[in-house]
Design a protein around this ligand. Structure first.
Ligand SMILES: Nc1nc2c(c(=O)[nH]1)N[C@H]1C(S)=C(S)[C@@H](COP(=O)(O)OP(=O)(O)OC[C@H]3O[C@@H](n4cnc5c(N)ncnc54)[C@H](O)[C@@H]3O)O[C@H]1N2
Ligand code: MOO
Length: 401
């Protein structure tokens, strides 16, 4: 098997991968999967006031030292404070306020009593329980203090951060823009889903397969389309796509056939070949070029080959472009539940389902042109070069999808 190793390929690919620098402001409800571009600092204490975590009465703990069901302590109820109300009137010894969960505790009080530990009195309340100072008392600033950097630039954002930002009163944040990718598939044999299928034609799987995965990984798609197997047309399509995109992805026409037009198309636009051929199955004829600073990843046309190299190379590229370490490949170990009959003279990736340390192989064919048996698979077994047929119980490793 010719070509460089996958590690060498990844290294070269990353050398030609730009990190996106441009920033944009987005609403915090849309931040999931984005990367924060600037530190976000708090400008007030939260909660902004001492507050009650219960429905009951706020008063002074020193008044309650002897309180019990048998010998209740009676306090005069000054007022009711509901959540959202605010009172600055000091509560003195012998006094209490009726207070609701989330309401601001007035000055003078240093504890709250649950209403279940009282007689629910409206003007005079009988308290049945002693409370320690600061019990049932949430302090101003216990969530965060003014001047704290709660979220640092570079953090990957999700629902927790959306909630934290909302609590800070922030409605928009600055994030790095998404990488823009164009996907161009080749092949005079491909028809688009929804169209009738003429003899000799197949549906274009790669467009949708790649578009769905790249969107899932966090990219923006500038265009996704099929280009006829004509070098001039593909050259034009690449030139046009490069005006909008940070990365170009093509599928098909990279092998050695007469219609393998990617080589000529890339030569026509003056793209520099970085490598052609990786010692891996599937995806062996993968071609990678640099077109005036824009990386061009040309995947082989077989859908499973395109899928494997998307995970092995495109995903780490996106991790770098977006500064998202969560996209880096995760490896798992386990044992095989099923046999895999083919020997692997070179490194091979095989579709599988991993659960509780066990790898299950799907029923259908594990062939590069077969995609249906991928349904339900969640990993790619990484079978080292020089392996023979694999049998149940053999140890194995995989990358998670
Ligand atoms: N004489 C040789 N023939 C082949 C070699 C070789 O070394 N010598 N390598 C084989 C290997 S390995 C692969 S992989 C393929 C790679 O071919 P290409 O990348 O040039 O891709 P195509 O020939 O265009 O297509 C391969 C296969 O995939 C189907 N295809 C293409 N595009 C799509 C699409 N968008 N959706 C669904 N299916 C697609 C296409 O019809 C072919 O069946 O070359 C081997 N040949
Ligand atoms: O390398 Mo090809 O991608 O075996 O199918």
């Amino acid at each position: 098997m010719g070509g460089i190793t996958t590690e060498e390929a990844l290294c070269l690919v990353l050398q030609h991968t730009p990190v996106i620098q441009e920033k944009e402001q987005i609403q915090i409800a849309n931040i999931s999967g984005r990367v924060l571009a600037e530190d976000v600092k708090t400008v007030f204490d939260n909660p902004p006031f001492h507050r009650s975590p219960i429905d009951g009465y706020a008063c002074r703990a020193a008044d309650l030292t002897d309180a019990s069901k048998e010998q209740p302590v009676c306090l005069t109820v000054l007022r009711e404070i509901d959540a959202g109300d605010y009172s600055e009137e000091e509560v003195l010894s012998g006094q209490a306020v009726r207070i609701m969960t989330g309401a601001a505790i007035p000055p003078g009080c240093d504890c709250c009593v649950r209403q279940e530990d009282t007689d629910y009195g409206e003007e005079i309340v009988q308290i049945y329980k002693a409370e320690r100072q600061w019990s049932n008392y949430c302090f101003k600033g216990e969530d965060f203090k003014a001047g704290q950097v709660l979220l640092k630039a570079g953090r990957e954002l999700g629902f927790v951060e959306a909630g934290v930002l909302a609590g800070m009163g922030v409605s928009k944040v600055s994030v790095y823009r998404r990488p823009r990718i164009a996907v161009l598939t080749t092949g005079n044999e491909v028809a688009q889903p929804g169209e009738p299928l003429a003899p000799g034609k197949i549906y274009d799987i790669n467009q949708k397969l790649l578009a769905a995965r790249l969107l899932e990984l966090g990219a923006e798609l500038t265009e996704v389309r099929s280009v006829p197997d004509e070098p001039e047309q593909m050259a034009e399509a690449l030139k046009k796509a490069a005006k909008e995109a940070d990365l170009l992805v093509t599928t098909g026409a990279v092998s050695v056939g007469k219609k393998d037009i990617m080589h000529e198309s890339l030569a026509l636009i003056g793209a520099e070949r970085v490598f052609w051929g990786i010692q891996v199955k599937p995806g062996m004829p993968t071609l990678f070029s640099d077109y005036a600073g824009i990386p061009v990843m040309s995947l082989s046309g077989n859908p499973f080959s395109a899928l494997v190299i998307t995970e092995l190379l495109l995903r780490p590229m996106l991790a770098k472009m977006m500064r998202k370490s969560s996209l880096e490949l995760v490896r798992v170990k386990g044992t095989l539940a099923d046999a895999f009959g083919k020997p692997s003279p070179g490194r091979r990736f095989v579709r599988a389902y991993w659960e509780n340390g066990v790898f299950h192989l799907p029923e259908g064919l594990n062939s590069n042109g077969v995609l249906a048996s991928m349904v339900g698979c969640n990993c790619l077994l990484d079978v080292p070069a020089g392996s023979g047929a694999l049998k149940p119980g053999d140890p194995a490793e995989a990358i998670l999808l």
